[in-house]
Design a protein around this ligand. Structure first.
Ligand code: ZN
Length: 292
């Protein structure tokens, strides 16, 4: 997800995504409010004019929002797409979406409740008890909500997913269904970086990332690229990703994906070359002839 910060004319990729370990709320935020979503609604100016229930989603808006709104229906369909594509079960755990009609109110809320958190167009917060998405209603709301809601659907069943994979999956599903997960912005970015000769595909560099603040546009784009390669190159690789997610559900410390790929594909260099060929195949018109 490309993110713009008008004040600083800054363009970065990705969402602000916060997974809160036990006790974290006492450190970063004012204590107790994260553990009690009712407290958020009561005193923090969260949207509460309309509440729409849509499958797993509880959508709170501070403007009139029809339950049959196309965007809400799209997010319900997304739940099935995520489940079927990743071979994950669906969950009934609620995912709360807080939609602000005015971006200014969203900005004020984010600054007040999440000081020090990277400025993003939307964000997802996981606590011990709640999964929540916060977003202002603006031109790219559909893309933003697909991205953030994907985090919610995935975390409801795989709460310990590594950050890079979490973001790669969200980048994949933020696209409209007809795009087949091909993220043209990321394809252009990665091919440009390869042509520059200043960047190489390297999963081992992604896997240690633990903080959204560490993630650059390179990281988001590469994370998406690995996910697309795993899902679209061969059935065996798709199965490998699905098996990894199943293992993560059972044990968040299971063997990382890079080690599994090395076992199956060969060396990391061989694997990276296969991902690169996949990326080249997505360029489409052949206008990018990447040097070997
Ligand atoms: Zn994200």
């Amino acid at each position: 997800m490309a993110v713009s910060c008008a004040a600083a004319a800054l363009i970065i990729a990705g969402c602000a995504h916060l997974s809160a370990p036990p006790g974290w709320d006492a450190v970063v935020l004012e204590t107790a409010s994260l553990a009690d979503p009712l407290a958020w609604r009561a005193g923090e100016g969260l949207p509460d004019r309309a509440v729409v229930l849509a499958g797993q989603l509880v959508v709170h808006a501070d403007f009139p929002l029809a339950g049959q709104h196309r965007l809400i229906r799209d997010l319900e369909t997304l739940r099935t797409d995520v489940s079927q594509t990743l071979s994950l079960p669906v969950s009934d755990e609620p995912v709360h979406l807080y939609l602000f009609g005015e971006p200014r109110r969203y900005d004020e809320f984010a600054a007040r409740r999440f000081p020090g958190f990277p400025v993003r167009r939307a964000f997802f917060v996981e606590t011990d008890t709640t999964l929540s998405v916060f977003a202002p209603w603006q031109d790219r709301i559909a893309e933003d909500l697909r991205h953030e809601t994907t985090h919610g659907y995935v975390h409801a069943v795989v709460p310990t997913i590594p950050l890079w994979l979490d973001e790669g999956i969200a980048e994949y599903f933020e696209l409209p269904r007809g795009e087949q997960g091909v993220h043209r912005e990321h394809v252009a970015h990665l091919t440009g970086r390869l042509l520059d000769g200043t960047w190489q595909i390297d999963l081992a560099r992604l896997e240690p990332l633990t903080s959204p603040g560490e993630m650059s546009q390179d990281h988001y784009a590469e994370a998406w690229c690995w996910v697309h390669w795993l899902l679209h190159s061969t059935p065996e690789r798709r199965r490998l990703l699905q098996d990894y997610l199943i293992d993560l559900r059972r044990d968040g410390t299971t063997a990382p994906l890079a080690a599994r790929l090395t076992h199956v594909e060969g060396s990391p260099l061989v694997c990276a070359a296969a991902v690169r060929r996949h990326l080249e195949s997505l360029v489409g018109d052949g206008s990018f002839a990447l040097p070997r």
